[in-house]
Design a protein around this ligand. Sequence first.
Ligand code: HEM
Length: 128
Amino acid sequence: MLLEAHSGSRYLVLLLAVLVIGYAVFGMATKRPYDKTMRILATSFTGALDLTVLIGLAHLLTSRGFYPQLAGHIVMMVLAVAVAHMVSVVVRRRPLEQRTYAPHLVSALVVLALVSFGILSIGKPIVG
Ligand code: HEM
């Protein structure tokens, strides 16, 4: 049950990563001022990641097995969460007029790569 929830919430993370990347590219290409939609998408992305991590931890603590590849999975995901939170804090500390789309684009791409490697490290498909 927890494993299914953990496995399923990855799609929310992946979907929000794609939306963050798409909106950041759109914002940069059209040179529009940084707006609320970007902030909401970035916060939702970080929240979905946190939720997936929490369910993953709950599953880890309540399930029987730990095997070596799982360490790679966990390290990648902890790095992904750290990157997402660091960038979100850095952007939020800037005054509104100094905020830009680029940090969101870069961090979502890095997080997406880490999450993908993390999933592949336990021999599971990124999607499917
Ligand atoms: C510290 C954070 C995390 C912990 C402790 C954790 C823990 C786990 C554990 C214990 C499993 C079960 C492995 C197995 O039974 O073979 C698992 C599977 C998995 N995890 Fe994580 N996880 C974390 C973060 C994430 C994140 C952030 C994602 C995706 C965004 C993710 C995606 C997956 C997927 C797709 C599976 C395979 C599920 C399946 O068998 O269908 N995990 N994780």
